[in-house]
Design a binder for this molecule. Structure first.
Ligand code: GLU
Length: 546
């Protein structure tokens, strides 16, 4: 009886690993191309951290003309939720971080390194587990949950490290014959890796983000195949990232301490280990305390939040790059109109301790992003959003020709309007341009006497407004009007001689603006008047004079 007999008994149908090695050959990519992936578990809604990882993995793959793929890690079937794969794959697409290959939203495979869902790879893991058993590097373990619990208690009482290692690894020394007899007798078992490590020796490792780290060697005989025949994360990671030819494993830093185990597994399997980059979690400032962005506490942690609020995916991507590499901000300042794809993102410049996520900044970035949209793009995006979340707005936008005029105000020029940060802001920023939505609010600030206001409005529409005027002429006329009615034509003049004037041209403009829009702050009033036209301007003035 030898290891081969034991392996055959445990996995009689498993193929020789040669079969898989040939089926999934080295990828034919150009020199230096990087293969990355995200490997989420379908256990709930997609989290911002997942989008962040996907963006980073996709970015480095794209920079090197490599491949970015999505693998669904569903070996913990107790934790799986319905539609989990759909949620993940759609969230990736929605945020523009969809993979080149992998599991798709309708639960199919795209690419030739699949299946990209671990529960469909059972026989592959078993083939590799068998391979380890054949070499005496893995063994069946018959310990029951009660025995493991008892062992844990003993370790605690003796104040020694917990786990299945050294003298505690009871089943490691069971003779092959006995193991085979027990298996044939139907005794339940799992498969453990036989670790060659020693805790008193150190390994050095270079992580792309965390830098040089030193750990004790792994000496734990971890479970590689569970009672249900599925692998643990550790074993699945080794097999999958080897066979899918991943070159860079970019994952959450909760896995950093598993690196000694993973490197050991790669080594014992005879595979080349990938490079690792461990990303610190996204942090949030909570009343002065820095803590992890939390699924439970922070609505903005859920990927779905952004769709509902109407924050464009491009803005989210730009913001995430912003917190991923601190030099992004300078780059953006120097390259105002460049595509974010042109930014030279560097994995090794990511924060070791966790980037701070700030909604206010994200919305600021979003304002800039939207300010660069054309009127048509704003229209399409706002309409799309409204059709999903705001019926009233969708209805208002039905007249596309008019909506394009409204969205076109102060857009496409050097300093475009920046009043929209999210599609849910659109309403309050355009409704005053619709007569049936316009809500007058007559607070004129400086010039408040009804008679003064009425005189300005009446004089202006009767003697000064002309729809054919260019902007300069239009403004000169407001100055003229101001002069005629005893207001300073220039703010400077007013400041020099405040007693000489009732107020100044800016205050006169405010009267016009408030009467027209109900607001003291709007985009360019000349363009607003152009869109409204004389009749509607007059109607609004009349309303204000009532
Ligand atoms: N399924 C693991 C997780 O969701 C994946 C870690 C990895 O990227 O390797 O944490």
């Amino acid at each position: 009886m030898n290891y081969k007999d034991l392996a055959d008994l445990i996995f009689p149908d498993a193929k020789d690993i040669k079969y898989y090695e040939e089926k999934y050959p080295e990828r034919n990519l150009k020199e230096g191309a990087v293969v990355t992936r995200i490997a989420p578990s379908p256990t709930g809604v997609m989290h911002m951290g997942g989008i962040y990882q996907a963006l980073i993995a996709k970015t480095v793959a794209r920079q090197t003309e490599g491949v970015f793929f999505l693998r669904i890690e569903d070996t913990d079937q107790k934790r799986e939720v319905e539609n989990g794969t759909y949620e993940i794959a759609t969230a990736c697409e929605t945020f523009g971080v969809g993979p080149d290959e992998g599991r798709t939203a309708n639960d199919e495979d795209r690419g030739s390194y699949g299946p990209y869902k671990q529960s469909l790879r059972k026989e592959i893991y078993q083939a590799y587990a068998k391979y380890l058993i054949e070499q005496g590097k893995a063994y069946p373990c018959f310990c029951t949950a009660e025995e493991i619990e008892e062992m844990r208690k003993k370790q605690e009482a003796a104040k020694v490290r917990p786990g299945y290692y050294g003298v505690w690894a009871k089943c490691r020394t069971i003779p092959i014959e006995e193991s085979m007899k027990r298996i044939k007798a139907g005794e339940k078992f799992i498969v453990r890796f036989k670790s060659p490590g020693r805790e008193d020796r150190k390994i050095k490792h270079h992580d792309i983000i965390k830098g040089n780290v030193t750990f004790p060697e792994n000496d734990q005989d971890i479970v590689i195949i569970k009672a249900d025949g599925l692998p643990t994360y550790h074993f699945a990671h080794i097999v999958d990232d080897h066979l899918m030819r991943t070159t860079h494993v970019i994952r959450a830093d909760e896995w950093l301490s598993s690196v000694p185990l993973h490197l050991q597994l790669f080594y014992e399997m005879g595979f080349k280990a990938p490079k690792y980059a461990h990303i610190a979690p996204i942090m949030k400032n909570d009343n002065g305390n820095k803590r992890k962005l939390s699924k439970r506490k922070d609505p903005e942690a859920a990927a779905s939040y952004y769709d509902k609020a109407g924050i464009p995916a491009l803005a989210v991507r730009e913001y995430l790059l912003n917190i991923a590499n601190s030099n992004f901000e300078n780059w953006r300042r120097a390259n105002k109109d460049a595509n974010i794809e042109d930014f030279d993102f560097k994995l090794n410049k990511m924060s070791v301790s966790g980037a701070l996520f700030d909604m206010v900044k994200l919305l600021d970035v979003s304002k800039s992003v939207i300010s660069k949209y054309t009127a048509e793009e704003v229209y399409e995006s706002a309409l799309n959003w409204a059709q999903k979340y705001d019926e009233d707005l969708a209805k208002t936008l039905e007249n596309k020709e008019y909506a394009l005029k409204v969205f076109g105000i102060e857009r496409g020029n050097k300093k475009p309007r920046k009043d929209i940060a999210k599609w849910s802001d659109v309403k309050e920023n355009i409704y005053y341009m619709y007569d049936e939505k316009f809500e007058p609010k007559y607070e004129y600030q400086v010039i408040n006497e009804k008679q003064d206001v009425d005189t300005i409005l009446k004089e202006y529409i009767e003697n000064y407004y002309d729809g054919n005027d260019d902007k300069q002429t239009w403004f000169d006329k407001i100055k003229e009007l101001s002069g005629k009615l005893g207001y300073a034509k220039e703010v400077k003049e007013f400041k020099a001689n405040p007693d000489k004037y009732k107020a100044h041209v800016g205050d006169v403009s405010t009267v016009l603006r408030v009467a027209l829009t109900g607001r003291t702050n709007t985009p360019d009033m000349y363009e607003i008047m152009q869109v409204l036209g004389k009749e509607r301007i007059e109607a609004r003035f009349k309303l204000a004079m009532k």
